[in-house]
Design a protein around this ligand. Structure first.
Ligand code: GRF
Length: 215
């Protein structure tokens, strides 16, 4: 059983997807704590409702990133975290912190990486006129929104659609692939070599791609 701490900064819908997955029998991971850098977010309520311990490490209480991350580390140690899931966590983590958790920290991003790193991804996808959008679960590396890709889900863009509607559709896909990616990692079905992750073929014939029709 993999002991996971989820870091959040907001509404926590991906956290909820992870909570729901972990509640299923035979899921190979469990959430031992949820930590937020923001004290007033709905995600913390979701954790409490599920009976999961919560902690707040408010970045505003610390002089710099190093002090903030030291406090974060203390919490991670206290809960004996073996793995971290970033779920809408809006702080940049220093490379020392990231390297300590190398291959043991996951993130979800609402674009088909490596396109559209950063914020406002669906607006930018529409502006760029790309034909597909989607989301990516990847292992965290020090550079923002970079690292070995575990799973992606894709969606064809209807050019008449707006960014809000696209975001809502992509979010539904996020809720499918995030727990699935965590499961594959917890089962040891992913091997990571440098910047590439390979999923054991026998356990995942689609090789990391999910589309809405498959849900
Ligand atoms: C999601 O779109 C996720 O991909 C991004 O931040 C958003 C968090 O949403 N990293 P939620 O808090 O999980 O609802």
């Amino acid at each position: 059983m993999l002991d996971v701490v989820v870091l959040i900064s907001g509404r926590g819908s991906n956290l909820q997807a992870l909570i729901d997955a972990c509640a299923k029998q035979d899921f190979p991971a469990r959430i031992v704590a949820v930590i937020s850098n923001n004290p007033d977010v709905y995600g913390l309520e979701r954790a409490r409702a599920a009976g999961i311990p919560t902690a707040v490490v408010n970045h505003r209480d610390f002089a710099d990133r190093e002090e903030f991350e030291t406090a974060l580390d203390q919490q991670l140690k206290q809960y004996r975290a073996k793995f971290i899931c970033l779920a809408g966590f809006m702080r940049i983590l220093d490379s020392r912190f990231v390297n300590r958790w190398r291959d043991r920290m996951l993130n979800i991003h609402p674009s088909l990486l490596p396109s559209f790193k950063g914020l406002h991804t669906q607006e930018r996808a529409l502006e760029a006129g790309v034909r597909f959008t989607g989301c990516t679960v990847h292992i965290v590396r020090p550079e923002m929104d970079e690292g070995p890709i575990i799973l992606q889900a894709a969606l064809a863009i209807n050019p008449e659609e707006d960014a809000d509607s696209l975001s809502a559709k992509v979010l539904k896909l996020e809720h499918v692939i995030y727990p699935e990616a965590l499961k594959l990692l917890a089962l040891g079905r992913v091997s990571i070599s440098g910047n590439r992750a390979t999923i054991d073929k026998a356990s995942y014939p689609q090789q990391g791609m999910i589309s809405p029709e498959m849900i």
